[in-house]
Design a protein around this ligand. Sequence first.
Ligand SMILES: [Fe+2]
Ligand SMILES: [Fe+2]
Length: 456
Amino acid sequence: MTEAMRPGLSVEQCVTRLKRYHYAFKRLHQIFIARITAEPIYELKSGFSLHSHLCAEQVSALRKRVGEMREPPLGLENVPHANLEIFFDEILATPSTEELVLGLYEKAVPAVKAGLEKHLTDTNHLADQPSVRLCRIALMDVKDMLKFGTTTAASLVTEDIRARVSAWLRVLDDCLAAAGGLDGTQPPSGKKIERHYSAKPFQYDPVPRRDQRFPDPYNMGVNAEVFLYDPKFPPQPKTLMMFYKRLREIDVPEMMASIITETPDKPWEYYRDMTRQLWDEARHAMMGEVGFASLGIDWPHKVMVNFTWSLGLNTQLSPWERHAVLYFIEQGLMPKNGKRFEWEVGLASQNPLSGLFQDYDWADEVLHAKIGRDWYLKEFDDPKKAVQYGDQCWSRVLMNWAKWRDDGFTRHRNWWPDVYRDACQHWGVEPDPAVLAYATTYEQVRADLKTISASG
Ligand SMILES: [Fe+2]
Ligand SMILES: [Fe+2]
């Protein structure tokens, strides 16, 4: 009773604050997405993929709550304070990974956390229960993000770097102070803010970059699909090819980030759905990674994971054309020889992890097919035309297998026998000579490459 009788925030005050959290999550979502493609560090690609998804979910929840308390127009697309805009613009535009990590996880996310906690302290928990619930759920996600971010900063940012960027970090503090805090509950400092990195507008970099665990990113020397669909090969070694295919899917977040970043003015639900799929694809890559780890295979040295798909699409097609390719590939994964087949191979292989991962991979794909129907297919009057258009766009992407080799980008080394031998050792079996001899690249099967060698 004592707590419930304590006056709290008015609806007006509540909505004003919720709009600030909404803006913060929306901008965080934008930054995480925009920085996935060109970020070389693999864990950050995956981390940003997850955190963009968490932020997108909070944006949706906050939009709904504001809509419950106000009549349209809700003003959700307005910037709550000019200095808050500069704050996020600065983090978006920062050139280095270290500053990006510090800006996100030592400035922005903690400021959101403080705002949500203050909301819980200030509001009446009876009158404003739906917001209280929402803040508590958001805090759960925010704390997860901070845990990852704190660990990342500790392992990535040296004291030297920290000292070098301290002036810029102070700019971020100044922005927040001049905005009256992230939640707007403090009196604004009145200080005039000068833009630093964001003085020049942010330019999205569509070229994927990878760290040293991807030493041969143009290697298209092992054709996973031809092996996978060849009935003469047994299921057990096929699980290796499926782990490879999953891990290679880190190119899908790299590509989808470009669609999301370069497609403005869609309804919010578009960004939410596309981001969910983006995160799923990062998760699929991590399932492949875990698969290799479970077999004791040193994938960064043994498995040559390429980025040729995201590179080709991001640099040769428009965002809409990329979406068409994604749709074309994913609708091709639904029939018998797609995700169901992979799951059946996983089960037949007796590798429980492969069966489990393919089970969820298939389930996720059902959702992705729906996202494709909602946001791509609806633009066409004839579904056949939608598929054909995706096929045409995909055919236009130049994959220069021979030129990459001739120009010295890669030798398309056949890494398969090495990996297979390592796995056999783990399984305690003798390598099968026919499997060991597998040497089909992506050059010889150009026609198949068009339809089946792709991520989704
Ligand atoms: Fe996938
Ligand atoms: Fe997918």
